[in-house]
Structure formats: C-alpha cells, structure tokens
Design a protein around this ligand. Structure first.
Ligand code: ATP
Ligand code: MG
Length: 137
C-alpha cells in the first residue's frame, strides 16, 4: 500500500467539477485518506513547485495555482503513485489517453486540472509539506 499527493487545480474548482474528478480517482482504486480545500498564497505555491523554479513556465504556473482555490488530497492504494498518474493522463491533454482525467477535463497544458506526485520521494515531501500526520486517516 502506498500514498501519493493529489491536487485538484483552480481550473477544476472554478468549473465545479471536483466531485467528478474524485469519482475518477476512486474508480481507479484510490482512496481519499485526507482532503482539504485551500487557497494558496504566492509563497506556498512557490515552495510547492520549487523544483520547477528555473523553468520558463514557473511564474505563470505559480500565478495559475493562486488564481483560485484548490483541493489537496492524500490518496492511498496499491501502487498509488503510478496508478494516480495513469488515471490523470499525460501533462498535456492533447497527448492524454481516452478515459483519463486530463483528456476529459483539462483545458490546456497549464490548466490541466490535476497534480500527482511523480515518485516516492516527491510524494513524501509533498504530503509532509501539506498535511499533518493527524489529518491523514
Ligand atoms: P503535475 O506536476 O502538475 O502533476 P506533471 O508532472 O505532469 O504535472 P510537470 O512537468 O511536473 O508536469 O509540470 C508541472 C505543471 O506545470 C504541469 O502540470 C502544468 O500545469 C505546468 N506546465 C508544465 N509544462 C508547462 C509548459 N510548457 N507551459 C505551461 N505550463 C506548464
Ligand atoms: Mg510534476
């Protein structure tokens, strides 16, 4: 059993489709063991995405992630990290497979509806950054 960090991004909260996305995650065998809706300050978005700070899309990504509320979640399941990225689909929705969250809901490469940790190391870092141990049940 493994845990991963998931975010439902502002483009999805804005369109009121967070429940549709959670249903996809649950349908893929992932269990929501922690969840909260938050509206990040710039500093929080910059810290979360610090590994991308040298990328040319960093400033726009931070602005997007603070443009509205997000839903942050810890997901649990067998191979949760890989399982979540499979149901999310490719970063750019034009490359995403049919039936994936990004294929069906993402607006474009930036406004791509969801985030999922990409390794056990990043999952631990992201979960520890956003949740207290007592919030995960
Ligand atoms: P995430 O980390 O959100 O799960 P990912 O791992 O598929 O997505 P990354 O390469 O880590 O993609 O990029 C992080 C996020 O930055 C993407 O999900 C997307 O919102 C945004 N992004 C990535 N590449 C670009 C780009 N070339 N132009 C604009 N935004 C981008
Ligand atoms: Mg990533």
């Amino acid at each position: 059993i493994e845990r991963t960090l998931s975010i439902i991004k502002p483009d999805a909260t804005e369109r009121n489709i967070t429940g549709l996305i959670v249903a996809r995650l649950e349908g893929a065998g992932l269990r929501v063991v922690a969840q909260k809706r938050v509206w990040w300050k710039k500093k929080q978005a910059e810290e979360f995405y610090e590994m991308h700070k040298k990328r040319d899309f960093f400033d726009e990504l931070v602005q997007f992630m603070i443009s509205g509320p997000i839903v942050v979640q810890v997901l649990e399941g067998e191979d949760a990290i890989k399982r979540n990225r499979l149901v999310m689909g490719a970063t750019n929705p034009v490359d995403a497979d049919p039936g994936t969250i990004r294929k069906d809901f993402a607006v474009n490469l930036q406004r791509n509806s969801v985030h999922g940790s990409d390794s056990p190391e990043s999952a631990k870092r992201e979960i520890d950054l956003l949740f207290k141990k007592s919030e995960i049940v």
